[in-house]
Design a protein around this ligand. Structure first.
Ligand code: ADP
Length: 193
């Protein structure tokens, strides 16, 4: 079962993606984590994307697609894949469907985590304060503003896209983390049974 978790920065995509991974034994790809690891390891990709990420801009589609295509190829026999932070543009979404179909796989479900903008800034400020020794380069006010505007311009259109192209559900991401998880688990169980 292949799933996308879609939502604005700070919506809790990473938390819920990990929860699904552990509960259902799926694999999880977070393009944000993959890129941050590359930045920390100072690989050629890392050096290329460091400043782009810190500003809150999107990394080039081609680069992301190269990374994700390889991940799909390496994990095509897994029970399920969770995509977290990908796709973020219509082009990435179109390409994902093509790559999946190349491997005779399909996209089974898109879960939107819906959270109001005014809550997101507070969440990210809290995350930065709680992790003061290890703050993400893009967890500051100006980068977050950019990430939110990029989300609205480039990624939010994917909601209408997936309403047309896929099984799509929207989950209220403003409840307690556990309640969000329970909702997602029950949505997945319904589809798996
Ligand atoms: P968040 O969703 O909280 O903003 P992520 O960890 O998903 O954080 O992404 C952090 C940054 O990594 C993004 O702002 C962007 O610069 C880059 N990035 C991650 N995924 C993609 C993607 N699919 N396409 C382009 N850039 C990406």
């Amino acid at each position: 079962m292949n799933i996308i978790i879609l939502g604005p920065p700070g919506a809790g995509k990473g938390t819920q993606a990990l929860m699904i991974k552990d509960s259902f034994n799926f694999v999880q790809f977070s393009t944000g984590d993959i890129l941050r690891e590359a930045v920390d390891a100072k690989t050629s990709i890392g050096l290329k994307v460091k400043d782009i990420i810190a500003k809150g801009d999107l990394v080039a589609d081609e680069l992301i697609l190269e990374i994700i295509s390889q991940k799909i190829a390496d994990n095509k026999s897994e029970k399920g894949i969770i995509f977290d932070g990908f796709p973020r543009t219509i082009l990435q979404a179109d390409e994902l469907l093509k790559v999946l179909s190349d491997y005779k796989m399909k996209l089974d479900l898109v879960i939107e985590l819906a959270v109001d903008d005014n809550i997101l800034l507070g969440r990210i400020e809290t995350r930065a304060a709680e992790n003061s020794e290890n703050v993400r380069d893009d967890d500051n006010k100006s980068a977050l503003k950019k990430r939110l505007s990029v989300y609205h311009k480039q990624t939010r259109p994917l909601i209408d896209y997936y309403k047309k192209h896929s099984d799509f559900v929207s989950v209220d991401g403003m409840m307690e983390i556990n309640e969000v998880s329970e909702n997602i688990i029950s949505i997945l169980n319904k589809r798996l049974n």
